[in-house]
Unconditional design. Structure first.
Lengths: 376, 376
C-alpha cells in the first residue's frame, strides 16, 4: 500500500482528456481550448458540445444541440409535484439533489448505461437541471411557471424561466460566460464523487446526484454564497471593507473566495468574472458590490498574497443578475452538470472500480471480545 | 503530481480507526474486534455502537441505543407520500436514493454538521432506512404498513415491518448476522464516495445519498442480485450448475460473487454466510439454493482459484428469508448505513477536502479557436 497526502492532494486519480489545468501558469482549458478563448468567443452550448463530443461543433451540429437542449427542457408532472411538496424551509441544494435523483424515475433510458445513452442523458440532465432550479424559485415565490422559449439560448432561457422576463443582452451574455467558466474543472470534489459513483457501474443519475450533494459543501460550491454574505454584512454595517476583513482575519476566520489548491496564479476564471461584475455593476446602476469586492481583493492580495478564485466575483455577478443568494450554488450545478456528465461518460469508456485503502490507526487488532454482562 | 494505479488500487486515501482488513490473512475487524467474534456473539445494535462510539457498550448503553433506534423508526408523512408517488417501474435503489435525500427536508438538525449532531443523524438514518426499505415493499404490494415493535431488535423489526409477521428466531438471528457482516468494509466505493462528499463540509444526508447511488452499481452492492439471477436461471433451466457456469466462462462472462480486490484468502464474511445459507435452506425445507451455490463455489474454487466473497452466499440467504430479489441491494444499505455514517463522522473530525488530480491525455494545449463559420 502507498500512502497518499491527505485529501489525495497531488495524486493523479485518473487519466482524462477533458480538462487541462496548469496551476503554475494559470492555464485552464477544456479539451485543449483555452478558457479565455472560450469565454470571449464561445457559448455554453458550444462548450457542452466540446465537453461531450471532444471537438468543436460546426454550425449544424451546434444548432441540433441547441434544439435538443430546448426540447429536453421539460420535466414530468411528478417532478413539478415534488418541487411543490418540498417544505418551505428545505435547503435549495437538498431539493435539487432530491429532485435530480427522482428524475431517474422518469428517464426513458434509466436502465441503459452505454456511451450513446449517457450522451442523451447528459443533454437531458443539463436541460432539466436549469429548468428545475428556475421552477423551484418560481414555485417557492408563488409565481406561475414559464415555458422555455425556442428562440433563446440556454443561458437566456434560464434567466427567462427564473424571472419571467426576457433578459437584456448584457445579462444573458454575462450569464452565458458564467456558465462557460463553471462548466468543468478537472477532478474537483464533485466531479470526483461523480466518477467514484459511476465506477461501480451505477448510473448517470446516481453519479450526478452524488455530485450535487458534494457541490453543496462550503469548501466547494457553497463558497460563492459565503462570499456574498460577507459583502452584504459589510454593506449593511456600513463598515470599511478592509477593516471588516481585517477583523475577520484577526478572529482567525477564513475569507472565502481566495486561494485554490491547484492555482498558484490568479484563477483564470476570476479574470472574466471580475470584468463582468464591474460591467454589470455599472450597467445596472449598482456598482457597490463590485467596489466592495475590489477593495477586499486588493487587501487580501497584498496582505495574504492570495488571489481571488472563481467564487469571489461570481457572488457579486450573480447578485447583480437578480439571482437570490441561496440559488448561487444551485446555479453552479446548472453549469457544472455539463462537465460532470462528460466525466461520467469518460469514466465508463475505460472503467475501473475506484476503491482506495485506509491506513488503520484504531484499537489494536485483535481486541478481546468480553461478554456484555462482564463489561464495565 | 504522483500517478496512482487505476482505480486508486493500493493507495491509502485516509487514516481510519474504524475497520482493519488484512487481505493476506483474511482478517476483517471493526475497531479491532474480529468479525468472527462479532458474528458469533454480538448484535447489529452492538456493532452500531462500536462503529459510532469507538468502543463496546455496556448493558445500559446498548439498551439506550436500542430504544433510540426504535424511537427514530418513524418518517414524516411527506416521505410516505413520496414512496407512494414513485412510479411502479422505478428501480428500488433509485427510490431509496431519492427518499433518503428527501429525509433531509424533515431532519430536525439538517443545518448542524458537528460530531454530536451527526451521531444522532446516524441513529436516525439507520432507523429510517430500514423502515423505508420495508415500507417501500409493502406499498408497492398494496399492503398496509406495519409499525415497528418496541420489543424486537433492529433485525427482527425490519423483517416484521417487511413481512407483517413476527420472524422466527432462526430468521431474525440470520438477518442480524447478515447486518453485522455488511456493516462496514473500510474504504469500499460507497464509503469512499460518502467521505468525498462529506469532505466539502456538505452534510450527512448528502454523503449517505452519494453512498446509496454508488452502492447501486453491479461492481459493488448490485453483485448479490446478479448472483441470485444466476441461481434462478440454473434452477429454471434444470441445468447442472457446473455446466451452466462453465458455459458462462466459455462466453467470457464473469461469475459474480467471486474474488475481491482486497482479500487474497476467503472473504471472512463468506464463511458465516455459507453457514447461514445452509442452515436456513435446511430449516425452511428448501435446500436447493444452498446446494446450487455450493456446487458453483467448489467449481470456481478449483477452476479459477477464486474464493466466494460476501455477495455469493448472501444471495441464497436473503432469498430464503423471503426477501424479493430487487431488495437485496437496498438491504445492503440497511446495514452499511452504520459504517457509512461512522466514516462520515470520522472524516469530519479531521477533515480535508478530497480533491485529487487528473493526468491530461487530451488534445494538445493550446488548440486554435476557429470561428464557427469557418469550421468544417
Amino acid at each position: 500500500m502507498v500512502s497518499a497526502p491527505k485529501g489525495l492532494e497531488g495524486i493523479v486519480a485518473a487519466n482524462s482528456g477533458i480538462c487541462f489545468i496548469d496551476g503554475e501558469r494559470g492555464v485552464l482549458s477544456y479539451r485543449g481550448y483555452d478558457i479565455h478563448d472560450l469565454a470571449d468567443h464561445s457559448t455554453f452550448e458550444e462548450v457542452c458540445y466540446l465537453l461531450w463530443f471532444g471537438r468543436m461543433p460546426n454550425q449544424k451540429e451546434l444548432q441540433e444541440l441547441q434544439i435538443s437542449l430546448w426540447r429536453e427542457s421539460k420535466v414530468d408532472a411528478g417532478i413539478i409535484s415534488l418541487l411543490r411538496q418540498a417544505p418551505g424551509h428545505a435547503l435549495p441544494m437538498d431539493v435539487l439533489r432530491t429532485v435530480v435523483s427522482a428524475l431517474a424515475f422518469f428517464d426513458p433510458e434509466e436502465k441503459s448505461n452505454d456511451h450513446e445513452a449517457n450522451i442523451r442523458k447528459a443533454i437531458r440532465l443539463t436541460a432539466q437541471i436549469s429548468m428545475i432550479v428556475a421552477y423551484y424559485d418560481r414555485i417557492r415565490k408563488g409565481l406561475p411557471l414559464v415555458e422555455p422559449d425556442r428562440f433563446l439560448n440556454h443561458a437566456a432561457n434560464f434567466l427567462y424561466m427564473l424571472t419571467g422576463e426576457r433578459p437584456s443582452a448584457t445579462a444573458s451574455h454575462a450569464f452565458d460566460v458564467a456558465l462557460i467558466l463553471h462548466a468543468d474543472h478537472e477532478l474537483n470534489a464533485s466531479t470526483f464523487a461523480a466518477r467514484v459513483t459511476a465506477a461501480t457501474l451505477s448510473d448517470m443519475h446516481s453519479a450526478i446526484t452524488s455530485a450535487i450533494g458534494t457541490l453543496k459543501g462550503p469548501l466547494h460550491g457553497g463558497a460563492n454564497e459565503a462570499v456574498f454574505r460577507i459583502l452584504e454584512a459589510i454593506d449593511r454595517s456600513g463598515a470599511d471593507p478592509v477593516d471588516y476583513v481585517r477583523g475577520m482575519l484577526a478572529q482567525k476566520k477564513k475569507v472565502p473566495g481566495f486561494g485554490h489548491r491547484v492555482y498558484h496564479t490568479e484563477d483564470p476564471r476570476a479574470t472574466h468574472l471580475r470584468k463582468m461584475s464591474k460591467e454589470l455593476g455599472e450597467s445596472s446602476g449598482e456598482p457597490k458590490w463590485f467596489q466592495i469586492s475590489r477593495r477586499i481583493e486588493q487587501f487580501i492580495n497584498e496582505d495574504k498574497k492570495l488571489n481571488a478564485n472563481v467564487d469571489f466575483y461570481s457572488a457579486s455577478t450573480y447578485h447583480t443578475l437578480g439571482i437570490d443568494l441561496d440559488l448561487f450554488t444551485p446555479i453552479f450545478a446548472v453549469s457544472r452538470v455539463s462537465g460532470w456528465t462528460a466525466h461520467v461518460i469518460e469514466q465508463l469508456d475505460d472503467n475501473r472500480l475506484i476503491r482506495p485503502r485506509a491506513e488503520y490507526i484504531g484499537l489494536e487488532y485483535p481486541q478481546k471480545y468480553i461478554p456484555i454482562g462482564e463489561r464495565q
